[in-house]
Design a protein. Sequence first.
Length: 67
Amino acid sequence: MQQIKKTDEHIIFQKKSGRYAVKTKKAKQWVNGEEKQAILVAEQLITLPDPKAAPAEAEPEAEAAAE
């Protein structure tokens, strides 16, 4: 792993696969989940995809006509 960035609270590494790993400086523990995602977004290393629009529900009138 290659060290990419060092902040006041975290150390950010990049793995050979291109993925990121985040470790806290104080406790020397790995950060996972939403906290890791928030750190990487704040450091502008990743961008989050736009949420997909909820699929439109079938109209009840069309279903009633089919019966």
